[in-house]
Write a protein that binds this ligand. Sequence first.
Ligand code: GDG
Length: 464
Amino acid sequence: MGEYPRGVEGIVVVSNRGPFRVSGTGARRKVVRAAGGLVTALLPVLRERGGTWVSAQETDHPLVVEQGDAEPFALAEVTIPRRVRDAFYGPFSNGVLWPLLHSMPATVPLGSAPWEAYDAANRAFADKALAAGGGEGLYWVHDYHLMRVPGMLRERAPGSRIGWFCHIPWPGPDLFSALPWRAEMIEGLLGSDVLGFHTEEYAEQFLACVRRLSDHPVRGDEIDVDGRRVRVVVAPIGVPWDELATIARSPEVERERSRIRQRIDHRAMILGVDRLDYTKGVPARLAAWGRLLARRPTLRERAVLVQVMVPSREAVKAYRDLKNEVDRLVGDINGRYSLTGRVPIHYFYRSMNPTELYAHYRAADVGFVTPLRDGMNLVAHEYCASRVEEDGALVLSEFAGAAHYLRDALIVNPHDVIATADALETALRMPRMDQREHMMALRKQVAALDVHKWAAGYLGRLEG
Ligand code: GDG
């Protein structure tokens, strides 16, 4: 404790999703921790620093947690009229910004994008944040949903320290320029003092967008905004290394791990864990496994792919289509390559509780993480952090931010199905001694990106 730099008392974190969600109704209603990378990263920061987490109200009743209550920080929910919220979240943030920033522009419906709703929703977040921070203070805004917020905060509380962090990739100027509101987005972001990105590549692409789309002079990694200095920093996120080691070694996880190994009859286990999303490359991954099964029939007897897909954004058509495609591919591969008592893909369309998830990480001989594009990808980190016995192998897409740091992974181009199948075969055949060397190197790389260091480093730069 005490590792975060102390500046002003408390910090206002602003993000679309908050750290808790309500599960069940009536007597069964309870407040549970939300899943996802952002929450894993920020909850320890707020617990340490105190302050307020501002997020969108997701249920009919605001979820109000007072500072000093169950948590040492407060929770403030932004109320946005239903119609505005729906347009801001689905069609604009997830329909337009998500594919554009992931460099997958083919399906972006720019013409009909509800910009006014995005701007209005951002205004509501800024208002709530200012009320929580009491005017000038320390604000840390997160992600693509809230790119207008830093500018709105700067306008009304100019002496504040304002940070924005991009959890997803940032594309080059050719792609970003397609956005009709590109100038408004850049101006909004430049209200910050510090803009953080996972990799050098995203930071450079952002600077290239600023050069092309604004008149503000750029010098190295700094932008001069009418005499104010805005810094662009590379701040790769990680996982809570020590906490994950404790979970991975816990007796419950150990028991569940043995159960899983027994259930799969001690066959070699390949593991994929993803939120349902077209950026995660699940169809190409399944195709690579299908290729390998076709080429090496003995693997039908000896290996199994466990693919966990967590339901998400089911209201968006592209996501429902993807679900249908994955269902079909799993059926096709299982139909082709099953033997009696031996099914090559075990497919879960649900989320797992942490014990189950970490037991799967511990049970898997190969972590198979092949997004087409991904800001960082914490599943790759979590897999390595869970391998407390220093064995196993990681196959990782070159288009995940994680590939810039986990250099010892078997790095693949996920679009190249044959090369991905080759890498998977290499992973499955890797001798124990080599696994140890491979995993020890990876674990060092993951430990170096510990999320507590990430938060401390970012806040240090914001307050410095
Ligand atoms: C965004 C960026 C970036 C997954 N399934 C279950 C479950 N999870 C947890 C994992 C992990 C998190 O969700 C997923 O994190 P990712 O990093 O893979 O992806 P996004 O949620 O899309 O996050 C991403 C991240 O922000 C951080 O900056 O890395 O690139 O897209 O922690 O463990 N958790 C539980 N059950 C599951 O079934 N409990």
